[in-house]
Design a protein. Structure first.
Length: 433
């Protein structure tokens, strides 16, 4: 039995974060099942955001400390989903940070994780605490935190919430609201992490054609490796999926049986039992995706379409896992990191092909895309190219508001320019001549 600290550290040093940690996984599974239904999902998003800052060790350490404290409060004190946090609720977090429980205060810096030689794995350090106090003449002093430190906390959380907005986990930034009002208001704070002018990054029609054609070519050359890749991007694009909705995580492992045929209408859908905020939805499946599904399943030696409640993993490993909770297993789903790496490889291959054909600028833009850009692309193309009704896209995308879906209307500057270039000055030029 491990001796654990009163608050669980969640994010190991950057060199170990992607390895996974059994203690953290077990903790998240318990929180997900008992208190906060999307705890594992928010952890994956937080880890991904932290990894984007791996190039700066100081920033990484500062951000992970803040996220650990914030998620402890979220999961254990408030027992609430991050998606449900409002400005008023976040104010209670500030109060918590100003007067934390004494058992959460340490008086010297220690590592969050240490190596347990008996287990031969890294484990939470029982001496670690999320808050650091001071001693004078070996006597603990009352805990104090400055307004400057509180503003730093809010700035970090604001940046994190902006990332969650981009990932479409939430639609609001309560930290930004606190920074714009009351005691934390300042002229510079309102500009912290201001969103890009083009917040929704999606592939253009030309760029996406390179991605699809590259995936097909890779699948033809090396089917053992890339038939899975082709089906993966087809699914994410067609159903507007977040990577977290296709990946294994504590308490969730996607299966083929999520493809379901309505017995009354005969229409196929892809059921997502839990997404952001613990929500569920069923996405309408296109004929093209059904064709891609049949191809992938036939390659796997399965029947063309899933049977009801089929538990075959959605994405089977190419080789058995070497470590972690799935060590030695082949018939097991992939995690977020593996799926991201697979998609990143496809995007890089497609960008190389575009560059070879002389589309240098498109190639540069493609290399800035992320796996989540495929979700944005599917939504944007369905609205702007396939002319699907906004209400249909909203339901399939899982957007809370039609306003969120409306942001995808002509999101690309290239598309806006192309449509503007065709505008005439006079629709009836010969009428009066």
């Amino acid at each position: 039995m491990l001796d654990l600290p009163p608050a669980m550290p969640l994010f190991d040093a950057v060199a170990h974060l992607e390895d996974g940690n059994p203690s953290v996984n077990q903790y998240l599974a318990g929180v997900t099942l008992d208190r906060v239904g999307d705890a594992a999902l928010i952890y994956e998003l937080a880890a991904d955001w932290l990894l984007e800052h791996r190039s700066s060790e100081n920033n990484y350490k500062t951000y992970r400390s803040e996220l650990t404290t914030f998620l402890y409060w979220t999961f254990e004190v408030e027992e609430i989903s991050v998606a449900d946090i409002t400005r008023r609720i976040l104010g209670r977090y500030i109060d918590f940070c100003c007067d934390p429980p004494s058992e959460l205060i340490a008086y010297r810096n220690v590592a969050q994780f240490i190596l347990n030689k008996d287990l031969e794995q890294r484990v939470p350090n029982p001496l670690w605490r999320p808050f650091l106090g001071k001693k004078v003449d070996a006597r603990p002093q009352p805990y104090r935190i400055t307004d400057k430190a509180l503003k730093t906390k809010l700035a970090i959380l604001s940046a994190f919430f902006n990332y969650l907005i981009y990932e479409e986990y939430t639609e609001r930034n309560p930290a930004m609201m606190l920074m714009k009002n009351g005691r934390f208001k300042s002229g510079s704070q309102s500009n912290v992490m201001r969103e890009d002018d083009e917040e929704v990054r999606a592939f253009s029609e030309l760029q996406w054609s390179y991605v699809i054609s590259s995936a097909k070519q890779l699948a033809a050359r090396d089917p053992e490796q890339h038939e899975r890749s082709l089906f993966l991007i087809s699914l994410v694009y067609s159903c507007y999926l977040r990577i977290s909705e296709t990946a294994a995580r504590p308490g969730f492992s996607p299966v083929m049986g999520q493809f379901r045929r309505d017995s009354k209408t005969g229409v196929w859908g892809f059921h997502i039992p839990r997404s952001k905020g613990g929500k569920k939805r069923t996405v309408a499946v296109s004929n093209a995706l059904l064709k891609a599904l049949k191809r992938y399943r036939t390659f796997l030696g399965l029947s063309p379409l899933p049977v009801p409640q089929e538990n075959t993993p959605l994405f089977i490993r190419h080789r058995a896992a070497g470590r972690g909770r799935d060590a030695g297993l082949l018939n097991a789903n992939l995690g977020v990191r593996q799926l991201r790496e697979e998609i990143d490889l496809l995007i890089d291959t497609a960008a190389d092909a575009a560059e070879k054909d002389g589309f240098d600028q498109d190639a540069r833009e493609m290399r800035q895309m992320t796996p989540h850009s495929i979700r944005h692309t599917g939504i944007s193309h369905d609205i702007n190219l396939n002319n699907r009704p906004l209400s249909h896209v909203q339901a399939d995308a899982g957007h809370d508001s039609i306003d969120t879906t409306s942001q995808y209307l002509h999101t690309s500057r290239v598309e806006r320019h192309e449509s503007a270039a065709r505008k005439p000055l006079d629709h009836l030029p010969d009428s009066y001549e």
